[in-house]
Design a protein around this ligand. Structure first.
Ligand code: BTN
Length: 253
């Protein structure tokens, strides 16, 4: 697997055969002062990480697993947009090659209600300033046994053939680069556009949901949209709560 080009300014793609976690590897490089634009792709992760301290492991080449190092110039208050922006970019890329992909708030990508990609965005502080590591795991395997969780899906299972992972990576980086540049340059107006476009592509919006909040609280209600800070709006008990972080379960349409 290989890729290069000027898709993100300063893009440098490194491919490793095996590592624990590309997010951990890129975070280490960020701490050592590595500039924005490093992408590390692993053919195999032996200690892949998911959100909420979960594991995210797949056999060699069963997924496209990579992490991107970004050093956004926008105010840290806007950084919660990054996982949504990146998930939305994955969804757009998959739709462009014919998949009926949607995002699930905050940062899963679904095809036909099943998870095809997960994202883990982590903030790293370093003497060179703060950085964000955007980790993406996209299932490509032809075998259901090779999925990170049994109820997931993969591009091969959806399309009846294994995709070209290099072409996919190039497309993903191009779309991500474009969305990232528009967000960085566009200020509040770009975030308002992003909120609208994300909500339109989001399978969560319009559904009955259960949200497991970080403080072991649970919210039941209907997701009605995404606000200008990327928070999920949930209508319940005659009021609307803006959820900044939580695990969402789609209850029904
Ligand atoms: C989730 O669904 O909970 C997030 C999964 C994120 C997996 C990707 S694979 C590349 C990167 N490196 C990791 O260790 N995790 C992310």
């Amino acid at each position: 697997l290989s890729a290069d080009g000027a898709l993100l300014p300063g893009l440098r793609v490194e491919v490793v055969e095996e590592t624990g976690s590309t997010n951990a590897l890129v975070a280490e490089r960020a701490r050592a002062g590595e500039p924005e634009g490093l992408v590390v792709v692993a053919e195999h992760q032996t200690a892949g990480r998911g959100r909420l301290d979960r594991r995210w492991e797949t056999p060699p080449r069963a997924a496209l697993t990579f992490s991107v190092l970004l050093r956004p110039s926008v105010a840290p208050a806007s950084w919660p947009w990054l996982p949504l922006l990146a998930g939305h970019a994955v969804g757009k890329t998959l739709r462009a090659v014919g998949h009926d992909a949607a995002v699930k708030w905050p940062n899963d990508v679904l095809i036909d209600g099943r998870k095809v990609a997960g994202l883990l965005v982590e903030r790293v502080d370093s003497p060179a300033g703060p950085a964000a590591v955007v980790g993406i795991g996209l299932n490509v395997s032809t075998s259901r046994q090779e999925l990170p969780v049994p109820e997931a899906t993969s591009l091969a299972l959806e399309a009846g053939g294994a995709p070209d992972r290099t072409a996919l990576l190039v497309d993903l980086l191009a779309t991500l680069g474009e969305s990232y540049a528009a967000w960085q340059a566009g200020g509040a107006a770009a975030e308002a556009r992003l909120a609208e476009s994300y909500a339109a592509a989001c399978d969560t919006v319009g559904r009955e949901v259960r949200v497991d909040l970080p403080a072991a609280q649970t919210l039941h209600g209907r997701a009605t949209g995404v606000d200008s800070r990327g928070r999920l709006l949930v209508e319940h008990d005659g009021t609307t709560t803006a959820v900044a972080a939580g695990d969402v379960v789609h209850v029904r349409a």
